[in-house]
Write a protein that binds this ligand. Structure first.
Ligand code: UTP
Length: 410
């Protein structure tokens, strides 16, 4: 290892890596060295400090955020807004980015989460295929092939592409589908040390769905969107099997309200539902985690009996292309998760821990909302647009998502 690399390791208290060198082949040593050189240890040190601190919300100037309820729009207004949105789509000024870089740990499926298959009334359906079905329906309805970008992680990139090749893109135009990879950050132990995985490399993991803004800039996707004049970009996740991401109403409403960001929401099922809700904090739009929302606020109702903080963020986000460049340069805050991760001990033996042992750092896509004064929020019906696959069993599982899918398509 180069003297300078060793110095870096010492400076950031990572010299334990040197102890592994005798167990590594020359090739592995070289790869490790390259990895060390690419890691921003200064940033990692700051993240470690963050992980050790107790997480609390610095400012709590929270207030209600206005939203539009789709059900309460009269027919004429709805049609008016949809006409505006339809024109954008059929003029080819619309693109979709699907975030598929997550690890899907709760589902525990081998391989990219989008390759998980549900047994539906329309036959076996992979999660990715359900997204393609929506794109194909839009192709028929608007007579355009919407460009589709899929964000992967380094971990699942090759497997994702292989899957699409194998399935022949489920009949969508291959030339309109592009894959790009998001950034990563090292996992660190409770002592602030990076760890080695079975492959003798420093273990890194995708830096959260908030990594999307930087990733679209670095990968050239943003440039392509600008060149092909995709004015509006919908960013969704692939694990909501009722995800309606080609929605002229949302587009029309956002344009009418003259905002550059929009999201769909569903009403909270109960005040205690474990999901983030929209609010305003210091007058800016924000999604606040259920863990951060004081109980009293979670239960608060307005004069119509509606929860004041009752609009769930469901990962259905629309952006005007013009703001994505700005967002690519923004440093979003990182959130810390404590996770289980296998590692090599000092004798280079692989250990699979029973309990969480590492900090993982993730940025969230919705933390970018606070950069803007306002945004459109369209409340939609849960049974029509929200059926996520998150857990292996129980709530938000393949079973519940399939039941909701079947009910909808019936
Ligand atoms: P989740 O936060 O639900 O994570 O992602 P997940 O990876 O699907 O599942 P768990 O938490 O490990 O069980 C919501 C969406 O954001 C994407 C996911 O692929 C999913 O579409 N995502 C998440 C990324 O693209 N990158 C990330 O780093 C994290």
């Amino acid at each position: 290892m180069k003297e300078q690399t060793i110095e870096t390791l010492k400076k950031y208290s990572q010299e334990h890596l040197i102890e592994y060198l005798p167990y590594l082949t020359e090739e592995e040593q070289k790869k490790l060295e390259q990895q060390v050189e690419a890691i921003d240890f200064e940033q990692l040190q700051q993240l470690y400090e963050l992980a050790k601190q107790e997480q609390y919300m610095e400012e709590k100037n929270i207030s209600h955020i206005p939203y539009v309820d789709k059900e309460k729009l009269d027919k004429q207004k709805r049609e008016e807004l949809e006409t505006i949105g339809r024109k954008i789509i059929s003029d080819g000024k619309y693109a979709v980015i699907t975030m598929a870089g997550g690890q899907g740990t709760r589902l525990g499926h081998q391989g990219p989460k989008g390759t998980y298959c549900l047994d539906t009334i329309n036959g076996p359906k992979y999660l990715f295929e359900i997204t393609v079905d929506t794109l194909k329906r839009a192709r028929e309805e608007y007579n355009v092939t919407i460009p589709w970008y899929i964000m992967t992680s380094r971990e699942n990139h090759q497997d994702t592409i292989r899957f699409f090749e194998e399935k022949k893109y489920f009949g969508y135009s291959k030339s309109k589908v592009k894959f790009f990879t998001q950034g990563e950050l090292p996992l660190i132990s409770t002592e602030g040390k990076v760890i080695l995985g079975e492959d003798k490399k420093i273990k890194e993991a995708a830096n959260g769905n908030g990594g999307i803004y930087e990733a679209i800039a670095i990968s050239g996707v943003l440039k392509e969107l600008q060149e092909q004049q995709s004015d509006w970009i919908f960013i969704n996740s692939m694990d909501n099997v009722l995800c309606n991401f080609v929605d002229p109403l949302l587009l029309g409403l956002t344009i009418e309200q003259n905002y550059k960001i929009a999201s769909k929401s569903v009403a909270k099922a109960t005040p205690k539902e474990r999901a983030g809700v929209f609010c305003k904090m210091n007058e800016k739009p924000k999604v606040i985690e259920y863990t951060e929302l004081p109980d009293k606020m979670a239960e608060e109702r307005d004069k119509n009996g509606e929860l004041v903080y009752g609009e769930l963020h469901i990962m259905l986000n629309l952006f005007h292309c013009s703001i994505l460049e700005d967002l690519a340069n923004v440093k979003l805050p990182y959130h810390v998760a404590f996770k289980k991760s296998g590692y090599l001990n000092e004798k280079c033996e692989y250990i699979e821990p029973e309990e969480p042992n590492v900090y993982k750092f993730e940025a969230f896509i919705f933390d970018a909302f606070t950069r803007y004064d306002d945004m459109t929020i369209l409340r939609v019906k849960r049974e029509e647009e929200f059926a996520p696959v998150k857990n292996r069993t129980g709530v938000d599982s393949p079973e519940t998502a399939t039941a909701l899918y079947n009910k909808y398509y019936c």
